[in-house]
Ligand binder design. Structure first.
Ligand code: NAD
Length: 301
């Protein structure tokens, strides 16, 4: 039987839940979006409709397909009721172990026997999250990227108890969404956050040492390696406070090579967090446009 017949429940209707619910509904799954805040699900349904309507306007989605996707997606506030008979649950609530475990333990008994449970956690342990259900072998990480409808990758994360079958099923769902999946054994920062933290940290150390200007370091990775963004502009987008907390975690877990560059600590202390505060490595005008030539100068550090 086609997996498209499976009922999918997405728990957490925030930034990521919105994109994940859109993905499943658009791919053909009957999808129920659950959030403890009614306002969040209302906002998410409107955002999904907007993504689909934009797709139609741009000629990327057929009008009928967009309407069918909207009809396949519904919202619920009662998790137990929503989980009834579901074959897949994707948990994407707030990044907090206790909150995630409470969601899983409430939903698991109401789902189909042997249903798959996926967590979209960025940094928590899948192994630890899975201890909240009687069959931890059916819990797997499905780490999506923002914005979900544009980003192709899903990191499938294997916790200590995750079965091969659970990984294979998660891969089949990911394929059905048109995503490319990779399998990662649970580890701090998985592959993506670990690599990105390392590159961003090294770029900041080079800036601090005066090896090259901020603009030239970013140009090096964009033009030399075809990266869509340089590591310093990416850090400005992510926020250096977020970057610093990831680096501190990786430093604690993986050792010296992740020691945060002092310049990042200095910038966070100064409130130069990136685009969100109007200044990071670069400065931004009131419209959020980068001011040319505004990169931090080594002489000013
Ligand atoms: N933001 C990103 O770029 C990104 C990328 C990959 C993974 N993640 C992970 O995805 C998860 C969600 O992140 P987000 O950015 O969408 O967060 P968010 O704050 O936008 O959304 C979280 C939602 O969960 C809801 N929620 C909290 N407790 C709940 C409960 N008990 N039951 C039902 N709903 C509940 C909140 O009301 C909120 O709407 C986190 O684990 C995060 O680490 C985030």
């Amino acid at each position: 039987m086609s997996i498209l017949k499976d009922k999918v429940v997405v728990v957490g209707a925030g930034l990521m839940g919105t994109g994940i619910a859109h993905g499943f509904a658009h791919a053909g799954f009957t999808t129920v979006l659950v959030d403890s805040q009614a306002a969040a699900t209302a906002k998410a349904l409107a955002a999904v409709a907007r993504i689909l309507d934009d797709g139609v306007r741009l000629g990327k989605v057929e009008a009928l397909a967009a309407e069918a996707a909207k009809a396949r997606l519904s919202a619920q506030s009662d998790l137990g009721h929503a989980a009834e008979g579901a074959a897949l649950l994707v948990e994407t609530v707030t990044e907090n172990l206790a909150v995630k475990q409470a969601v899983l333990s409430a939903a698991a008994p109401r789902m189909q026997a042997g249903a798959l449970i996926a967590t979209n956690t960025s940094a928590l342990s899948v192994t630890e999250i899975a201890t909240s259900v009687p069959q931890p072998e059916r819990v797997v990480g499905m780490h999506f990227f923002n914005p979900v409808h544009k980003m192709k990758l899903v990191e499938l994360v294997r916790g200590l108890a995750t079965s091969d079958e659970a990984v294979a099923r998660a891969r089949a769902y990911s394929d059905a969404l048109g995503k490319t999946s990779i399998v990662v054994n649970e580890a701090p920062g998985l592959t993506t956050s670990r690599m990105s933290a390392m590159a961003g940290n090294e770029a900041m150390c080079m800036l601090q040492e005066g090896v090259a200007t901020a603009e030239d370091i970013d140009t090096a990775l964009r033009m030399g390696f075809n990266h869509p963004m340089g590591p310093l502009e990416l850090g400005d987008l992510t926020g250096w406070d977020t970057r610093l907390s990831v680096l501190r975690y990786l430093h604690a877990m993986l050792g010296e090579k992740f020691r945060p560059c002092p310049l990042i600590i200095k910038m966070v202390a100064a409130g130069r967090l990136g685009r969100k505060t109007g200044a990071g490595v670069y400065r931004y005008d009131e419209k959020g446009q980068r001011i040319p030539g505004s990169g931090l100068k080594a002489s000013a550090l």
